[in-house]
Design a protein around this ligand. Structure first.
Ligand code: 6PG
Length: 249
């Protein structure tokens, strides 16, 4: 497993946008299609807006990009708490992404049904677009992940089990008053990805960043379960989120 590449930048959205353009364009050039897993929460919204506006809106062959989610809250797709709704407003609608390229987790379903439904969507997409995949889910070309102040990523929370091996699981977790019922990709699905990018902003995340990168306690810091079989991991941090990393080792 390769060591993570850590980038500290004042322009988090700009750096993340340039990386996204590079990765998605290369995937489309190589395979004719790219799979892009979006993160929820607030941090990626700045990135989405940069990607959806000129000049980058014209810099990616968006017609060949398929969109997925790392996690979703169990709310309807038009709910203010929906990760899909946030991505639709800030990225997918401005880019006029066709509905058949948008593979959302159906948060309106009961938890286990939503998880099973998404596993079925992943299986079908992989069969059609990623026939060489070693498991019945895609080898995602680019996965965006956030990090919570408590160390969670996607909806993999401290103390949660690493899941039984399937690609999607239902969880319940309280975090900053956000919807507690969720479905999330599991480490099994994430670890087949070609490139995972953690996008982290703010001093409130500094402890979680340091402990995730410098301790060995996956139960406490679930982002440590993201150990790609063959892919690359990049941490894109703004200076406040990287404060602890400046500490002499
Ligand atoms: C969610 C996200 C979650 C998020 C972190 C960080 O559904 O809430 O997927 O994992 O990435 O909680 O959220 P912020 O970017 O808002 O700090």
């Amino acid at each position: 497993m390769t060591k993570p590449h850590i980038i500290v930048t004042e322009d988090l959205a700009g750096e993340a946008a340039e990386l996204t353009v590079r990765e998605l364009s290369a995937a489309v050039a190589q395979k004719g299609v790219a799979s892009f897993v979006l993160a929820g929460g607030g941090t990626p919204l700045g990135l989405y807006r940069v990607l959806a506006a000129p000049p980058l809106a014209q810099a990616v062959p968006w017609a060949h990009v398929h969109f997925f989610w790392g996690d979703e809250r169990l709310v309807p797709p038009d709910d203010p708490g929906s990760n899909y709704a946030a991505a639709l407003e800030n990225l997918l609608a401005p880019l006029s992404i066709p509905p058949d390229h948008i593979h959302r987790m159906r948060g309106e379903l009961p938890a286990e049904e939503a998880a099973a439904d998404y596993a079925g969507q992943l299986r079908a997409w992989a069969a059609a677009h990623d026939p060489g995949a070693p498991h019945p889910w895609p080898r995602f070309d680019l996965v965006l992940l956030g990090l919570g102040e408590d160390g969670h990523t996607a909806s993999l929370f401290p103390g949660s089990s690493p899941a039984a091996g399937g690609p999607v699981m239902a969880v319940t977790a309280d975090y900053q008053g956000r919807p507690a019922g969720r479905v999330t990709l599991t480490p099994s699905a994430l670890n087949d990805a070609r490139h995972v990018v953690f996008l982290v902003s703010g001093s409130g995340k500094a402890d979680a960043v340091y402990n995730t990168l410098h301790t060995d306690d996956p139960s406490r810091f679930p982002a440590q379960r993201i150990r790609l079989a063959e892919g690359r991991v990049t941490w894109l941090l703004d200076p406040p989120a990287a404060t602890m990393l400046d500490r002499p080792q």
